[in-house]
Design a protein around this ligand. Structure first.
Ligand code: KG4
Ligand code: ZN
Length: 337
């Protein structure tokens, strides 16, 4: 049996501090320290996020070492998120990870956060998609349709022109007076509502690109009009509004995904990123699998939202391809692949 490398990883691109350790593709420990400070501001405050990362990163590392039962000397390499993300947040993880690797005399491996969301599919226990496959990557900052030819060969076929799908969930939830992050809250409410109660139009965008900012404006105008008639409109129709909004967002995503499948003739379809935790999206994909024979790959919940196990997996694959980082590597807030 070849030596399966032990990779320690740090994720600090946005508002969750993640530390994980994997051996091969087995997760030994995966700790995510959620920052609740942003809730009262209705969104992530970058300066507060950086400070919280600096406070959380050492306790999260200690927890990971304790849970995995490993010592510093067991670690073969350190992977970390170099981008994309918030500059200040990335700086904390980058500086910490590189320093840890340097002081222990082991390699540091910079990872692209969006690629890592996709590579989370290769964490045990699988099932692992065969290549090539399509991946709909839907998070709070990005929405992309990606053709994955090989672990490190990915081509973006289409992406959002403006807001990300997760951002659309969060912004509409905010308009409805719901707490941040609104995606999971809308998801729960939508499960008890009627998706056909209200109709919202879908934007017309060429090819495999998408757009979500018009939807937010449309819903804002709709809520304004209805609350003028009845001040309690949102409160009394909460579940139906949530279900109708979610339906429209999912219609946009599914339409483009179906287009990508028919254009590429690839029926192996994966989802990744925070919005892939959405139960509505998961059941729409399951339906496609039953009705159209798509081979569908949906990650476990813990690997959908931001976590460091996926960074470790990407780092492990990069390492296996001989890739090494430099101590001079600087955070890349807008890193495209
Ligand atoms: O990937 P992620 O954890 O962080 C980024 O890289 O952005 O994604 C966070 C996004 C947020 O917009 C959050 O509201 C959304 O994912 N999200 C959801 C659900 N869980 C998280 N959106 C819809 N339904 C969910 N269940
Ligand atoms: Zn993410």
């Amino acid at each position: 049996m070849p030596h399966e490398k032990v990779i320690l990883a740090f994720e600090s691109s946005c508002d969750d501090t993640g530390v994980a350790v994997i051996r091969g593709n087995q997760v030994l420990s995966n700790v995510v320290s959620n920052q609740t400070i942003h809730e009262k501001y209705g969104g992530v405050v970058p300066e507060l996020a950086s400070r919280a990362h600096a406070q959380n990163i050492v306790p999260a590392l200690e927890a990971v070492l304790e849970e995995s039962g490993l010592n510093d000397k067991d670690i073969d390499a350190v992977a970390y998120t170099l981008g994309p993300g918030l500059m200040g947040s990335l700086h904390v993880g980058t500086a910490f990870a590189k320093s840890w690797a340097w002081s222990h005399g082991i390699p540091s491996i910079p990872v692209n956060h969006m690629q890592a969301h996709i590579l989370a599919h290769f964490l045990a226990p699988g099932p692992y998609p065969e290549f090539p496959f399509l991946c709909l990557t839907v998070s709070g900052g990005h929405t992309q349709l990606v053709k994955v030819n090989a672990p490190l060969d990915m081509v973006v076929l289409g992406e959002t022109k403006d807001d990300a799908a997760g951002e659309a969930f969060d912004k509409v939830a905010k308009l409805m007076g719901l707490p941040y992050p609104g995606g999971p809250v809308l998801d729960r409410m939508a499960a008890e509502g009627n998706p056909a109660a209200f109709k919202f139009s879908k934007p017309k965008v060429e090819g495999l690109d998408m757009s979500f900012s018009g939807l937010k404006t449309q819903i804002w105008q709709f809520l304004q009009k209805e609350t003028q008639r009845d001040v309690a409109f949102v409160e009394s129709n909460m579940h139906d509004i949530a279900a109708s909004v979610q339906q429209t967002i999912l219609d946009i995503l599914m339409e483009k995904l179906e287009m990508a499948v028919s254009e590429t003739a690839i029926t192996r379809v994966a989802i990744a990123g925070g919005v892939s935790a959405n139960r509505g999206l998961r059941s729409r994909l399951d339906a496609k699998s039953n009705e159209c024979g798509w081979e569908v790959f949906i990650p476990p919940m813990a690997y959908c939202t931001d976590n460091a196990a996926m960074i470790a997996m990407a780092g492990s694959l990069l390492d296996a391809h001989g890739f090494r980082g430099e101590l001079s590597d600087e955070p890349m807030p807008r890193w495209k692949f």
